[in-house]
Structures are given as structure tokens and as C-alpha cells.
Design a protein around this ligand. Structure first.
Ligand code: BGC
Length: 353
């Protein structure tokens, strides 16, 4: 009995020592602020969770916030991170142009800022940028349309419409212009034709990348230009939330053969559409890889070593080039999604049913 009692005593002593140790570690560890734009889109939830888990795994504390796509909410979250003692900020902005003042506060406090996925514009506070190769995202979407329609050999002409994302997101300049670098020559040659005439980025932009706005625009467009049976052969959509809006509009008001429809993010809803044949492809950006690279950046900043950088030419935020790490995007479609999304452990087969 005595033996058992002392064993229990020793064990509880060890347990409380471990708990004190853990608290001391948590108290001593440095705090990193992670600001994500919204929980509405699947990818940002994954980005946030991956960042938090991976930062904690290497011993940092994390203040993770989502801002419901509301700029003033995001600004006050960042202010709280600064006053709350965050030593590095990882920021996926809602609007890259609207963080000027709070960025100056971070700079004055000596806090380093990593722009995450979206570049923060016109601020000298941004030290690094971690993203995917956004130009390549657009190029791969454009190439997909070119290859599926066989634009170099088929007679055509083929009808195409365009939709991209939020005008305050610097990424659309790369997504849209990258895709147009492939498609514009075919428009110029008349092999591709845009019946609505809506080919300008500003005209085909979608505030907040919202699915319902994308759907409303395409319902209008289908009624105005395709109501007489004109066939729509392709839609360049810059991401999955806008592609979803297009697919919804097609489902409600188009009876012709389904167009080639691009996307980006491999959101579950879009992968399901890919399997059902109502979206043709999506760009897969493995948020685990982006989080891992960003964590390496944070760790290097806090340890005073060199962060990983593989691009020092592409991303000028208006104050000069921001040293960047660009992860590589790949495309997924019906033929390779199992290998890319399921075999890699990103999704389970069941989650796509
Ligand atoms: C991201 C995309 C995303 C879009 C909408 C962009 O900045 O790069 O992956 O689909 O925002 O959230």
C-alpha cells in the first residue's frame, strides 16, 4: 500500500513538473501573428491551420485570426498582434492596398512582416513574400484551354468568356495576365472569340472573389449572348470560388455542351465538380508546402539566419522588389486528381464523394 502511495506521489510530482515545464516553455516561446482573410473559402482555413500547427511544432506560440473579408476587422486584428507582443507577422491581406497605416506601426515596432500568398502593396514594412508562382498559375490555366481545344490545329473559332478575382488582390494581375499571355494571340488571330466582348481585367474582376457575384454575372452573360443557342467553348476562371459561380450559372441557364472551365485551389466543391464533369481543371496549390516555407522564413528571422528565397525579380510592391519564395503550382483534372490529391494525403477519397 505504502509503495503504491509513494508511486502515485512520485508520478503526480513528475506530472506537475512536466506541466510547469510546459508552461515555462510556452511563456518563454516567441509569439507569431498569423492573419488570414476569411473562413468562407476552404483554402484559407487550411492555410491557417497548417501555419498554426507547423509553427507550434517548432516551438512558437501563434495568434491566428480570420477577418471575414472585412478590411477594418483585419486592421484591428493586426493592431492587436502588434500590441500583444507578436515578433513576426504573417499576413494574407484582404486588400493589399489598405494596410498602409498598420504596416507603419509594425515597422516602427521593429516587427518583421511576411506577406503570405498575397503581396501587401506600397509599404516598406514588408520584408518577405511567400507565395505560389502566380504567373505560372495563369499560364497553366491558359495552356489547359489551349490544349483541350487544340487551338493550334482545330479550325475553330471557339467562344470564350473570362472571370477573375478581387481588384484589390495583386495576384489577379499575375493570374489573369499569365493566362492572357497564352490566350491573347489566339484572340488576336480570331481563333478564340469572346461574344460578350468582356476581355478587360477590370471588367471581368469579381469583388471579394464571391461565388454569388460570379454566378449573377454569368447568368446575365449567358442570357444575353448565348440564349440563342450559341455554344460557349471555354471559360477562363481564375479560381474555384468564381468557377463555382460559373458552374452554377451554367447549370441553371445553359443547355449546350459544357465548356472547358478552369479553376484554382482544388477546393472540395470544385474537385467534386471535376469528378462530375462540370469543371475541367483546377490548379493545386499545396498549402502544406506554402506553410512549411513560411515557417522556415519565420524561424530564420527570429534566429537571425537567412530565410529561404528563390525569387528576387518578380514582385515589386511599389517600394521595390520584395524577396520572395515561390512554390510551384500544378494542375489537377479528372485524369490525375487521384494521384495529386488523394495519394499525397491532401484529401481522403471519402471526402470527395
Ligand atoms: C489566392 C487564391 C484564392 C483567391 C481567393 C488569391 O489571392 O491566391 O488561391 O483562390 O485569393 O481567396
Amino acid at each position: 500500500m505504502k509503495k503504491i502511495l509513494s508511486l502515485v506521489l512520485v508520478m503526480s510530482l513528475l506530472l506537475s513538473m512536466a506541466m510547469v515545464g510546459a508552461t515555462a516553455m510556452a511563456e518563454g516561446s516567441q509569439l507569431v501573428g498569423v492573419a488570414m482573410p476569411t473562413k468562407d473559402l476552404q483554402r484559407w482555413n487550411q492555410d491557417g491551420e497548417n501555419m498554426k500547427a507547423q509553427l507550434e511544432a517548432v516551438g512558437y506560440q501563434v495568434d491566428l485570426q480570420y477577418a471575414s473579408n472585412d478590411i477594418s476587422t483585419q486592421v484591428s486584428q493586426i493592431e492587436n498582434m502588434i500590441s500583444g507582443g507578436c515578433e513576426v507577422l504573417v499576413l494574407a491581406s484582404i486588400d493589399g492596398e489598405s494596410l498602409g497605416t498598420v504596416m507603419s506601426q509594425a515597422e516602427e515596432a521593429g516587427i518583421k512582416v511576411i506577406a503570405y500568398d498575397r503581396l501587401i502593396m506600397n509599404s516598406t514594412a514588408v520584408s518577405y513574400y511567400a507565395t505560389f508562382d502566380n504567373w505560372l498559375v495563369g499560364v497553366k490555366q491558359g495552356e489547359y484551354i489551349r490544349d483541350i481545344l487544340d487551338l493550334d490545329n482545330a479550325e475553330g473559332p471557339f467562344n470564350i468568356e473570362f472571370i477573375t478575382g478581387d481588384p484589390g488582390d495583386n495576384n489577379i494581375n499575375f493570374f489573369f495576365d499569365g493566362a492572357m499571355s497564352i490566350l491573347q494571340p489566339y484572340l488576336d488571330a480570331g481563333k478564340l472569340v469572346c461574344p460578350s466582348g468582356q476581355t478587360e481585367k477590370a471588367v471581368v474582376a469579381t469583388a471579394n472573389w464571391a461565388t454569388d457575384a460570379a454566378q449573377a454575372r454569368f447568368e446575365n452573360l449567358l442570357a444575353s449572348y448565348y440564349g440563342d443557342g450559341t455554344v460557349l467553348n471555354a471559360v477562363l476562371a481564375s479560381n474555384d470560388s468564381t468557377a463555382l459561380g460559373v458552374a452554377n450559372a451554367l447549370a441553371s441557364s445553359y443547355t449546350g455542351e459544357y465548356p472547358v472551365l478552369t479553376g484554382q485551389d482544388c477546393d472540395v466543391a470544385s474537385v467534386k465538380n471535376m469528378i462530375a464533369g462540370t469543371q475541367s481543371m483546377s490548379i493545386f496549390k499545396d498549402t502544406r508546402t506554402l506553410a512549411a516555407k513560411t515557417v522556415e522564413m519565420v524561424d530564420a528571422i527570429l534566429k537571425g539566419t537567412e530565410p529561404p528565397i528563390n525569387d528576387t525579380q518578380t514582385y515589386d510592391n511599389g517600394t521595390g522588389i520584395i524577396p520572395s519564395f515561390l512554390c510551384e503550382p500544378v494542375f489537377a483534372d479528372i485524369n490525375n486528381y487521384k494521384e495529386i490529391l488523394i495519394d499525397s494525403g491532401y484529401y481522403t477519397e471519402d471526402s470527395l464523394k
